[in-house]
Design a protein around this ligand. Structure first.
Ligand code: HEM
Ligand SMILES: *[C@@H]1O[C@H](CO)[C@@H](O)[C@H](O)[C@H]1NC(C)=O
Ligand SMILES: *[C@@H]1O[C@H](CO)[C@@H](O)[C@H](O)[C@H]1NC(C)=O
Ligand SMILES: *[C@@H]1O[C@H](CO)[C@@H](O)[C@H](O)[C@H]1NC(C)=O
Ligand SMILES: *[C@@H]1O[C@H](CO)[C@@H](O)[C@H](O)[C@H]1NC(C)=O
Ligand SMILES: *[C@@H]1O[C@H](CO)[C@@H](O)[C@H](O)[C@H]1NC(C)=O
Ligand SMILES: *[C@@H]1O[C@H](CO)[C@@H](O)[C@H](O)[C@H]1NC(C)=O
Ligand SMILES: *[C@@H]1O[C@H](CO)[C@@H](O)[C@H](O)[C@H]1NC(C)=O
Length: 361
């Protein structure tokens, strides 16, 4: 009898734990297919639009992929990079560190298509995340099953950028420190840097490596021939010219980036610096020698999905922005959100009660 009671009590506790677990985990997570019922074609719409954008303007691939990483590492993947400055607030996009960041119009164009199909359903943060995911696929990289359900943040502050963005002179330890803030490892750093297999950098991002004798970051020097070629592309004082990050295959998502870095042809000092840490170096050399891109692709999927989850806002947090460059105007003091929350809480409680009752009787 007593044992029976203990068993029941234990079962009740288990039910409570499981239900509470369901409630709390589901409210903090993004998941694959979040729009399956609310906007079933959302991912197809993004893919179709991104396909046509890149067919017309292949040079937008790099900027859109970078835009997403810049969003995630500062304040999370909640679309704060997309917000414009307002009187009295300088936004992230106007930080000097983000001067070269672009591709905003791509997000706006895709968001317009999404809103035409499903008004007010898909966030700007998810629009950017899915667009970046599709850049990888459309440049012959892996298909990344991407969790969605991100909502948009309501703030963006230029002053937050520096702490989470590697400065141009960052050492590999600086990079590892930034990554560690997100529990990302040296492997994640080596893998995500592989995104530099596509896209371009401004001369200003690496010209000190061409015209100064101090080996930047104490790092390996640039291959002499490559240096000569780059001096031809970036004259002294040129800050604007764009140069391929991975010259052999600048528009293909592949392992060539690692071959470049291994051969002292990493364009950015932070690319070259991957040779200065045992773990990142081992990864670079392994991929440089790899006969297939399978391992890199599998690793990239894992690290990219982890990156895409940084600081996400879900459920009652955040909003679905109408315009990606501005937070929504204050809504009339409607209680829509509050009543939604109340309904879902009441639902959970009812479920809980039913479970307890079933066990007891
Ligand atoms: C590990 C730390 C990283 C550093 C220090 C870094 C730094 C940079 C810099 C300085 C540029 C050149 C920007 C310019 O001159 O316009 C660049 C470009 C780029 N970055 Fe990164 N990045 C990092 C991580 C990432 C990640 C995680 C991704 C995406 C997953 C990424 C994707 C790109 C792409 C695609 C470009 C080319 C942009 C274009 O074509 O306009 N980067 N990065
Ligand atoms: C949404 O649909 C996709 C494709 O059919 C499936 O892989 C995914 O698990 C679904 N997700 C949800 C939450 O229904
Ligand atoms: C990193 O991991 C630690 C220990 O597991 C955890 O407490 C912390 O919240 C994690 N940080 C982030 C940003 O996920
Ligand atoms: C990244 O994802 C993998 C696989 O899902 C997981 O095991 C790992 O803990 C994640 N790392 C972080 C920092 O989220
Ligand atoms: C570095 O210094 C050496 C010897 O002083 C000189 O020959 C070389 O041209 C310099 N390189 C650069 C990039 O200034
Ligand atoms: C550098 O260029 C010279 C002359 O063009 C060439 O003979 C040599 O093989 C090149 N070296 C490397 C490492 O590419
Ligand atoms: C590639 O593998 C060969 C043989 O295992 C090794 O000698 C060479 O150093 C490797 N190259 C790189 C870039 O790791
Ligand atoms: C902005 O978002 C934060 C966190 O989600 C929330 O606490 C705050 O009330 C929001 N502020 C405005 C003005 O919407």
């Amino acid at each position: 009898m007593a044992a029976d009671h203990e068993l029941r009590a234990a079962a009740v506790v288990m039910v409570v734990v499981v239900v509470l677990g369901m409630v709390t985990t589901s409210s903090a997570h993004v998941f694959v297919g979040a729009y399956n019922t609310t906007c079933p074609n959302a991912e197809d719409i993004v893919y179709k639009e991104m396909t046509s954008i890149l067919a017309k303007s292949p040079e937008l691939a790099g900027p859109v992929l970078r835009l997403f990483s810049v969003d995630c590492f500062v304040g999370g993947c909640e679309g704060s990079i997309l917000l414009d400055s307002t009187p009295g607030n300088k936004a992230e996009k106007d930080s000097p560190l983000n001067k070269g960041v672009k591709g905003y119009e791509v997000v706006d164009a895709i968001k317009a298509k999404l809103d035409a199909a499903c008004p007010g359903i898909v966030s700007c943060a998810d629009t950017l995340a899915l667009a970046a995911r599709d850049v990888v696929r459309l440049t012959k990289g892996p298909y990344i099953p991407l969790p969605t359900g991100r909502r948009d943040g309501n703030s963006s502050n230029a002053a937050d950028v520096a702490a989470n963005s590697p400065a141009p002179g960052a050492t590999v330890n600086d990079l590892l420190t930034i990554f560690a803030k997100f529990n990302f490892t040296a492997k994640d750093l080596a893998v995500l840097s592989g995104a530099h297999t596509i896209g371009k950098a401004h001369c200003s991002a690496f010209s000190t490596r061409l015209y100064s004798n101090s080996s930047s970051n104490g790092g390996p020097t640039l291959d002499a021939n490559y240096t000569t070629a780059l001096r031809g592309q970036c004259k002294v004082g040129d800050v604007d010219t764009l140069v391929d990050l991975d010259p052999p295959t600048p528009t293909t998502f592949d392992t060539d980036y690692y071959k470049q870095v291994a051969a002292q042809r990493g364009l950015l000092a932070t690319d070259a610096a991957l040779l200065l840490n045992a773990d990142t170096k081992a990864y670079v050399l392994r991929q440089a020698n790899a006969t297939s891109s399978d391992e890199f692709f599998a690793d990239f999927i894992v690290s990219f999905v982890n990156m895409s989850k940084i600081g996400v806002l879900t459920h009652s947090h955040g909003e679905i922005r109408h315009k990606c460059s501005a937070v929504n105007p204050p809504s009339p003091p409607s209680s829509a959100a509050a009543s939604m929350l109340a309904t879902s809480l009441a639902g959970s409680l009812l479920f809980l009660l039913a479970g307890v009752l079933m066990l007891l009787f």
